[in-house]
Each structure stands twice: as C-alpha cells, then as structure tokens.
Design a protein around this ligand. Structure first.
Ligand code: HEC
Length: 111
C-alpha cells in the first residue's frame, strides 16, 4: 500500500515535466525574451547583459532546479528581481523553456 502511494506521489512529480509540449517551450522562450532577457542571458547564443545575473542555462544546470522550484520562485517576489505577476501558464512555459536548456548540448556548442 505504502509503495503504491509513493509511486503515485512520484508520478505526480514527474508527470508535468513529461507532459510539456515543444510548443510551450517556444512560447516560454518568447516570454523570456520579452521579460527576462534584460537581465538574464536567456540562451547560450545571446549576449550576456549582466554579469551578476545567472544565465538561464546555468540555472537549468543547477540540480536544485525543477519545474516545481521554478514555479515557486516565479510566483513569489524577489529582492533583486522585479515582480512580474506572470500567469500560471506563463510560469509553466518559461519554466519549460529554462528546463529545456538542460538537455545535452549539441556538439558544435562552444561554451
Ligand atoms: C531586473 C533584472 C532581472 C529580470 C528582468 C529578471 N531577473 Fe531573474 N534574477 C535576477 C537576479 C539579480 C537574480 C539572482 C538573484 C539572487 O541571487 O538574489 C535572478 C535569479 C533568477 C532565478 C533563480 C536562480 C536561482 O539561484 O535559483 C530564476 C529562476 C530567474 N531569475 C528567472 C527569471 C525569469 C523567468 C525572468 C523573466 C520572467 C527573470 N528572471 C527576469 C534579475 C532579473
């Protein structure tokens, strides 16, 4: 019984990430370009706008970064980041985009 419950909880954690569509990632990238690129380097190809702000790729690589941690981070306010009041859909899409950067780098990438 307990194992069954644990499996269910685990499923609950992994399901959102697996259901993310490529389309969400693309919309998330556009949202990030609009709201986040002033401070964050949102993809490895774009210029670094601010040295003291972590790039989205480096955020994606942190083991603590999950869809859940991003959702929590983006739905609360932060001292060094403006309050965006993103909608839940925007948060999901931007999180999907950030997490998509964690995928293995293509061989021709130079960072
Ligand atoms: C005005 C500049 C600014 C903008 C715009 C901005 N950020 Fe940030 N962001 C920061 C700074 C500075 C930090 C580092 C926070 C710290 O270390 O206290 C940060 C940290 C983060 C982190 C957490 C990294 C960690 O350590 O866990 C995430 C996730 C993040 N930003 C996402 C976003 C997203 C998504 C957007 C667009 C919706 C965005 N940021 C827009 C300045 C900005």
């Amino acid at each position: 019984m307990r194992a069954g419950l644990a499996a269910l909880v685990l499923l609950g954690c992994f399901l959102p990430a697996t259901l993310v569509e490529a389309q969400d990632v693309e919309i998330g990238r556009q949202t990030a370009a609009k709201w986040c690129s002033g401070c964050h380097q949102i993809d490895p190809q774009s210029p670094v706008s601010n040295d003291t702000v972590p790039s989205f790729a480096s955020i994606a690589r942190m083991s603590s970064t999950t869809e859940m941690s991003l959702a929590a981070f983006l739905s609360t306010s932060h001292n060094r980041m403006p309050d965006f009041s993103l909608t839940r859909t925007e948060i999901r899409d931007v999180s999907a985009y950030i997490l998509s950067l964690k995928q293995p780098a293509p061989r021709n990438r130079t960072d």
